[in-house]
Design a binder for this molecule. Structure first.
Ligand SMILES: Cc1cc2nc3c(=O)[nH]c(=O)nc-3n(C[C@H](O)[C@H](O)[C@H](O)COP(=O)(O)OP(=O)(O)OC[C@H]3O[C@@H](n4cnc5c(N)ncnc54)[C@H](O)[C@@H]3O)c2cc1C
Length: 415
């Protein structure tokens, strides 16, 4: 048999994707993109089936935060969306503001950072509501892909013949040749098949919420997003969460994780207590904080711990991507970029590698170093963000130097 006769290892295979989040959906779009564009015909083409825990309405409506998508050297989320032909659609739906600002406590700008231009991109970064990003990804999933909503994967078993048997929430079982695990940072499948890989507390506790829809976003969030180093151990982050509402989060360092409280699960008294605590922690900040508190949607108030996980290598017929493989805390500001790149690059490697183990190795060789760098950077952000007194000024000087060195087009508008 010569190479042209040899059947591609994906031919006729049944692939199941667990999780229709950012990484899982990008993988579905990218696999079709590479199947359509490869010179080697893969016949019969692989079948792609997705199982997602949420209903499709939850998937679009429930997630009230926004994400930075980036085109810098570490994160190529913008470039990847462009290669898939969906960047313009995302930009059209993105939030106001094209740059990050480090603010003084009165919200005057201390330092503004703009990503350097990227050749071929109309803009090199954006912020977009997570729900919008996901809605556009869902819209672009090829019609040949079956998405089963409201159907969580409960467990998975690696069979002796290399196939995978999965247990679904409705009590049925499904079998596949390849399982792509994209079920996020608390991955159930990781707990079953790779229990040694666990989330670690990254040392910061976060209180967060968003406002109701406003007639107008308060200044300066109508033009930028950013953070304040309180200099007293608190790190405040503010941004538009979509085009009409804003989000805020205040975090502090802790030796131990705090009991998490998910949005929408607290009593009125608990919400009052947490809002009082958040106001106390942010009392040194001027407007727009009082307005953001006044307009806060009570059902959106949440307390959670920053957690991450050292990335691990894949093997066999189960491939972990995104947060399931390398969970990042929000301090990375990069987990969605990583998940987008993972989905794209795994699809690329699967279509173009000579066999499955080469594809997996090539994918891990890309995903592990970049997510490790992003996690390391997030740990530095946690240290810098919560620095106190003299250290705050030291870090601001270091940040200015880094912005200059990496050509981040920064400007210091004050001081
Ligand atoms: C507050 C906050 C701010 C952030 N800011 C940024 C940012 O600015 N930039 C950035 O790049 N990243 C940011 N991130 C990180 C980013 O959201 C995640 O890293 C990214 O969503 C990971 O993508 P994923 O596809 O791996 O997982 P997810 O997008 O979480 O998707 C996992 C999917 O799996 C589904 N699922 C879960 N369990 C099961 C199951 N058992 N069976 C089937 N389906 C299941 C879930 O419902 C979900 O749809 C932020 C995160 C948070 C919490």
């Amino acid at each position: 048999m010569n190479t042209t006769d040899r059947q591609h290892f994906l031919a006729g295979k049944r692939i199941i994707v667990a999780g229709a989040g950012i990484g899982g959906l990008t993988f579905c779009i990218a696999l079709q993109h590479f199947l359509d564009n490869t010179t080697e015909k893969i016949e019969p083409p692989p079948t792609l089936i997705v199982y997602e825990r949420d209903t499709s309405i939850d998937a679009i409506g429930r997630e009230g935060y926004s994400l930075s998508l980036r085109g810098d050297a570490l994160s190529g989320g913008m470039q990847t969306l462009q290669k898939l032909g969906i960047l313009d659609e995302m930009i059209a739906e993105s939030n106001p503001g094209m740059h990050f600002t480090l603010f003084n406590t009165d919200f005057s700008p201390l330092m503004q950072i703009r990503s350097p231009p990227v050749e071929g991109l109309s803009q090199s970064s954006m912020r977009i509501a997570r729900s919008k990003l996901r809605e556009i990804l869902i819209k672009n999933v090829p019609s040949s892909v079956i998405i089963n909503w409201n159907c969580a994967v409960k467990s998975a078993h690696e069979l002796d013949d290399g196939q995978i048997l999965i247990d679904l929430a409705d009590g049925t079982q499904e079998q596949c040749h390849l399982l792509i695990v994209a079920d996020g940072s608390n991955s159930i499948i990781r707990k079953v098949l790779r229990p040694e890989h666990i989330l670690n507390f990254a040392g910061a506790v976060i209180i967060a919420a968003r406002t109701r829809a406003l007639d107008k976003l308060p200044s300066p969030i109508d033009k930028t997003w950013g953070a304040v180093l309180g200099g007293n151990g608190h790190f405040l982050f503010v941004a538009p969460s979509d085009r009409t509402s804003a989000l805020w989060s205040v975090s502090y360092l802790s030796d131990t994780p705090r009991e998490p409280k998910a949005a929408g699960t607290m009593t009125d008294n608990e919400i009052d207590e947490i809002l009082t605590e958040a106001k106390e922690r942010t009392k040194v900040y001027g407007e727009p904080m009082p307005t953001l508190f006044q307009e806060t949607l009570r059902s959106s108030v949440a307390v959670f711990n920053a957690k991450d996980m050292i990335p691990f290598r894949n093997h066999g017929s189960v491939i972990f991507i995104g947060d399931a493989q390398h969970a990042l805390s929000p301090f990375a500001g990069n987990g969605a970029n990583m998940a987008i790149m993972d989905g794209y690059q795994l699809a690329d490697k699967l279509v173009h590698a000579k066999d499955l183990s080469t594809a997996i190795k090539s994918y891990d060789d890309l995903s592990i170093p970049r997510s490790t760098s992003a996690i390391n950077m997030s740990h530095r952000s946690i240290t810098i963000g919560h620095s106190q007194g003299f250290w705050k000024y030291m870090w601001v000087a270091v940040l200015k130097l880094m912005a200059w060195y990496f050509n981040l087009n920064y400007s210091c508008d004050q001081q």
